[in-house]
Design a protein around this ligand. Structure first.
Ligand code: M6R
Length: 353
């Protein structure tokens, strides 16, 4: 039930703070100890010499963020693969692979095909899904819930943030984030609400920067590049504005030639190490006429930025950085009088290959 909301997507965007709290309550006990993962899973993962995350669409983008947690905190090399590619062109695998399937629905045919292949080869697999008791959770050796609650809008929002959060928790069960993850998740939940409270700002950005535009870009570096892919998918799939998500350093290798007067370029800037370089890239596209919209963390912001993101641990910033993009996509679509929840040609669950 949408309640007072005009569209499920907006309701689901707003639910992300509660989802973050529910995930923390499920996976941490009162003392802050992890619970609900089970040694069978962590022992098996620790035996692995490499993790293979397999997913499609938004879930694939969540995997690109999760990779960082598994590598940095758990020290396990991690690859992220598009299910439809992996299914028919399996890359050379390590000696002891462990597979993680990420899926909102648990029914995505491309991912199921890979799971079938992986099982035939005898490799262990864990599914992180929003819909438990789905094919991918039943057929994997292990399954963990991502606890986003029912997601109705075709454009995935809260399932993405939930997948990122649960990967962070799982990686922390395998290694050490170097900070109090439970306390930080409480902060994340508060700051998600602080961003979703700013709807008018994003409505204005969508209505001005994207007005009459047929194409747009999202750029970032590092984790922001991963979020840029998801941000671009959100905008293009519902508003039909052709949007490319880009690792900002790649622009100069070709794509910058597409920049014209007024081309909207959204820059996500949350990673300190590359902030200076990204500022340079923003200046380069601006010099070629782009209408730049910078969304930056508080400590990295400058005069003229369109939105200041509240700050949490840098590796958790993707959870906050994606929310402006979700809201900009929503309002750009509303402004075009399109059906936000049901974009053309798309199904919520893609059960064919
Ligand atoms: O149910 P899944 O997470 O396996 O679905 C994978 C993709 O089809 C899905 O994430 C899709 O990209 C989103 N609905 C886009 O918003």
């Amino acid at each position: 039930d949408k309640g007072a909301y005009p569209y499920y997507m907006l309701k689901e965007i707003d639910e992300q703070a509660v989802v973050a709290r529910n995930i923390a309550a499920h996976y941490f006990d009162e003392e802050g100890q992890l619970q609900g993962i089970g040694c069978a899973i962590t022992d098996k993962m620790k035996e692995a010499d490499r993790l293979y995350i397999v997913a499609a669409g938004t879930s694939y983008h969540a995997g690109l963020v999760g990779k960082r947690y598994f590598e940095q905190w758990a020290q396990i090399p991690t690859e992220v693969h598009i299910a439809s590619e992996f299914a028919y062109d399996q890359p050379m695998l390590s000696a002891k692979p462990f597979f993680i399937f990420l899926s909102q629905s648990g029914e995505t045919a491309d991912s199921r095909e890979v799971l079938d292949n992986v099982k035939k080869q005898g490799f262990p697999a864990l599914t992180l899904a929003n819909v438990m008791n789905s094919t991918l959770t039943r057929e994997a050796d292990f399954a963990l819930p991502v606890l986003a609650g029912p997601e109705i809008a075709v454009a995935s929002t809260k399932a993405y943030t939930a997948q990122v959060l649960v990967q962070a928790i799982l990686a922390s069960a395998l290694g050490n984030p170097g900070f109090d993850l439970k306390a930080e998740l409480a902060k994340v939940a508060v700051e998600i609400s602080a961003i979703t409270d700013e709807k008018e700002t994003f409505k204005k950005i969508a209505e001005t920067a994207l007005k009459d535009q047929k194409s747009a870009f999202y750029i970032g570096r590092g984790l922001d590049a991963a979020v840029a892919l998801e941000a671009a998918l959100k905008l293009k799939e519902i508003s039909y504005v052709q949007t490319e998500g880009f690792a900002a350093g790649e622009l100069k290798h070709g794509t910058i030639s597409l920049i014209e007067d007024g081309t909207p370029v959204f820059a996500l800037l949350t990673q300190k190490k590359t902030a200076g370089l990204l500022r340079g890239e923003v200046a380069q596209v601006a010099a070629r006429g782009a209408n730049t919209v910078v969304i930056a963390s508080k400590s990295l912001t400058k005069d003229g930025d369109a939105f200041v993101l509240p700050e949490v641990e840098e590796l958790l910033m993707p959870i906050l950085a994606v929310i402006p993009a979700q809201l900009i996509a929503y309002y750009a679509t509303l402004d075009r009088h399109l059906d936000v929840d049901r974009p053309r040609n798309l199904a919520k669950s893609v059960t064919v290959q």
